[in-house]
Design a protein around this ligand. Sequence first.
Ligand code: CAA
Ligand code: NAD
Length: 305
Amino acid sequence: ALRAMSTSAIQQKEIKNVTVIGAGLMGAGIAQVAAQAQLKVTLVDTTDKALENGRTIITNSIKRVAKKMHPEDQAKQQEYIDAAFQNISTTTDSKQAAKDADLIVEAIVENIKVKQQLFKDLDNAAPEHTIFCSNTSSLSVTEIAKATSDKRRQQFAGLHFFNPVPAMKLVEIVRTEELQDAVFDQLSQVTKKIGKTPVSCKDTPGFIVNRLLVPYMLEAFRILDRGEASPQDVDTAMKLGAGMPMGPIELADFVGLDTMKFIADGWRETGGIEPSLVTPVKVLDELVAEGRLGRKSGKGFYDYS
Ligand code: CAA
Ligand code: NAD
């Protein structure tokens, strides 16, 4: 009887259906790795055009993955791609997509009001057991979760992936005060199932990675502001002198300069981090004001056109 009980408890907990909200850079990547791990994925965005963009991101990336798995065999590559896509459906109806979800991962715009409104709607639409997660880079998960019921907040965590999702092996699981241990364990399991390594962290500005990475990148921009070295030399220095895969300036272009500015400005406002780490940086403010947002806009610190 004990055995039957524990089996039924495990079955109840198993995450099979994942709804990913936001089909941008991060949401598409999360949908892809979940589908590759045989989870059933529903990918949601506000327009068909955005969903199409998500599909394109997935197609480009999964081709690389398939080629690496079956270097000599084009038929097997196609089989792998088709099998993953069979696990992905898309819709613009987030409430409908919440109805069958065991887990919802939100990866929409980094704006607390918009995220709270979405989660409020989803809380009413989703079944009781559904776990809610945000992929936020810089906002407080506890604050976002305040839009949901007492019960849901015990099943609400940060599930923070890294860009590019298919290549980066880490997921930070952000533990709020209210998160239940059993839910944390389920998130840990599903993270491993999709081939990533989880780490646990508290709900503080930037969690672990961004708490270290963002001040480092801002200081690299200040080196430019002070005229101490060129962007190329800063990047070369950190790649060859500190073993970084990308230098801080090219990484900022990769992440998005608007995102970098949003994070620094947000932390300056909300506090919880040493103020001198997030003082404004002239070159960043100027580039963003000019619409030079990094790779995604064709120009940032560097020119990609
Ligand atoms: N899809 C699928 N696979 C990809 C991929 C993609 N979009 N991009 C890279 N890969 C895979 C490649 O297939 C390759 O796999 P193998 O090693 O198994 O062959 C591997 O990743 C390395 O790729 P490449 O050889 O093509 O290129 P690279 O060695 O220059 O690595 C990189 C590319 C992985 C992006 C590397 O430059 C890197 O790690 N850069 C730093 C990225 C980083 O710091 N990301 C975090 C940003 S901060 C963040 O995300 C948090 C936030 O909240 C803002
Ligand atoms: P993105 O702009 O590429 O994609 C966001 C997508 O969300 C867009 O397709 C947009 O149409 C959609 N969207 C906006 N509001 C929506 C709503 N109410 N309902 C459904 N869809 C909506 O952004 P991104 O870079 O993928 O970032 C998404 C989240 O992930 C943000 O919270 C960001 O901070 C976080 N993040 C970003 C990175 C990064 O390096 N870019 C890394 C880790 C985490």
